[in-house]
Ligand binder design. Structure first.
Ligand code: ZN
Length: 461
């Protein structure tokens, strides 16, 4: 009897261990699986690297992406290592951001269109742009080009004519001044011109690379060829099915802030997002502390993460701009600067129905001219958590709590899990010290500050 009972007990323990092991393996795998993005941020005295890239969980595609990113990084570092140090605001720079569009064809095969914008700054006027786009058929596991999507060889001729037409329309609408020759060159049937595109619900979005044609330009021109026209050129299985999307207006929850009048106030701000996983995690956590925060989002991430942006806005958080590509604004010409700001405001308005009024320039770098161009309120910070560097939730929380004061603006990044956890930990502690957590606009209102267009706001007190 005794032995039997013992065995039973042993059996139970073994079973429990097996279950626990199983659960942790599942937990580990799903965690690994849900990771959908990588972020690299490196700042030294000489240079800064900021790279975002997706993890698609398509083995072959992810390998190519990794190779591309590694090569860009190596090229940059090899060149920069030979260069002399420069002053702080003119550091050498490598910035790579991306946009991913997943589209299903009529055979239910998912196609990945991933466009990388890569900018390298090597001092003086040496700005090198080197974009790369992957079009990946996930069923046949192979890369496609524009020709694979078009019905017959003549279709590229027709696409070239359409591109020219929509390019002219775009130029007129935006009153751009562009040399006729450049327009012709960038829309000829050269394959290079049609490397960067997305098949989207609205049509074919083409990114025409002016930077390849003319040294004076470092941009692409984005045009959309509408469904009814592009469908005539696409192979049967790739024709875009029109789906009527009803655009429901989104309403931001307003709250009564008069109850915070006697509280110490602190504004948590989160840059570089939104991010599907970590921003959601943050939004869940903020409810517990009755906290509203400010997100300075990157324009190139807005469309792909629109649901999370909508959620943040609906729940009463404030949405500001952190520019489109996270480039150092001080190094750009006026046209590129305007694009960085304008495109972001447009991308945000497309999703939440309202343009942002707050701008946080990347690295906090901005000059008088850009301030004037932007016509936005410039928000910097008073407490730098260095979260991107330490990636340690305890350290991040400690830095915030130790440095907290009434009217402070805290800088964080909602693309890293330790930042999100650290912010929530800090809130738990600060709440006990009598702090309330408000957005920048709420803070300004409560402190009776009317935001202007010349001040760099680092705190409110
Ligand atoms: Zn940033």
């Amino acid at each position: 009897m005794i032995t039997k009972r013992r065995l039973n007990k042993m059996g139970k323990i073994t079973l429990a261990i097996i279950i626990m092991l199983g659960l942790s393996i599942i937990f580990f795998l799903t965690r690994k699986y849900t990771k959908n993005e990588m972020h690299i941020l490196k700042m030294t005295e000489k240079y800064q690297i900021k790279i975002d890239y997706p993890i698609t969980h398509q083995k072959k595609l992810d390998k190519q992406i990794k190779e591309y990113i590694t090569l860009e990084k190596e090229k940059f570092l090899n060149t920069v290592n030979l260069k002399i140090p420069v002053e702080e605001s003119q550091k050498y720079e490598l910035v790579i951001g991306y946009q991913l569009v997943k589209q299903q064809d009529s055979n239910k095969t998912v196609h990945y269109h991933i466009h990388f914008e890569s900018y390298t700054y090597l001092g003086e006027n040496q700005y090198i742009r080197n974009d790369k786009t992957f079009h990946y058929d996930s069923k046949n596991k192979k890369n496609l080009s524009i020709n694979d999507y078009l019905e017959e060889s003549k279709a590229l001729d027709k696409l070239s004519i359409l591109s020219y037409y929509y390019m002219m329309q775009h130029i007129e609408e935006n009153s751009l001044e562009l040399d006729e020759n450049i327009i012709k060159q960038v829309t000829t049937i050269e394959y290079d011109n049609y490397e960067h595109f997305f098949l989207k619900n609205e049509g074919l979005e083409l990114l025409l690379p002016l930077y390849k044609i003319s040294a004076e330009h470092d941009e692409v021109i984005k045009i959309i060829i509408p469904i009814k026209e592009i469908n005539q050129l696409l192979k049967k299985q790739y024709k875009i099915v029109e789906n009527e999307k009803r655009k429901e207006p989104i309403i931001s929850k307003k709250r009564d802030i008069s109850k915070f009048k006697d509280k110490k106030l602190i504004a948590f701000t989160f840059d570089d997002g939104p991010s599907a996983i970590t921003t959601n995690q943050l939004l869940d956590g903020l409810k517990q502390y009755n906290a509203n925060v400010t997100f300075f989002v990157l324009g190139n991430r807005v469309e792909a993460n629109q649901n999370i942006l909508k959620r943040a806005y609906q729940e009463g958080h404030e949405i500001g701009s952190h520019t489109y590509n996270h480039r150092n604004l001080l190094l750009l010409n006026n046209y590129a600067r305007i694009q960085e700001i304008k495109e972001t405001n447009q991308a945000i308005e497309n999703i939440i129905g309202e343009k942002p009024t707050l701008l946080r320039p990347p690295y906090g770098n901005i000059n008088e001219e850009t301030k004037k161009i932007s016509n936005m309120h410039i928000i910097e910070w008073g407490i730098d958590t260095l979260d991107w560097k330490t990636k340690d939730k305890e350290l991040i929380a400690k830095r915030i709590v130790d440095n907290a004061y009434d009217g402070a603006i805290v800088l964080l990044h909602d693309i890293y899990e330790p930042s999100v956890e650290g912010a929530l930990l800090a809130m738990e502690r600060l709440e006990q010290e009598g702090y309330a957590f408000v957005t920048i606009s709420e803070m300004a209102q409560l402190k009776n500050v009317e935001l202007d267009y010349t001040t760099l706001y680092r705190q409110f007190n």
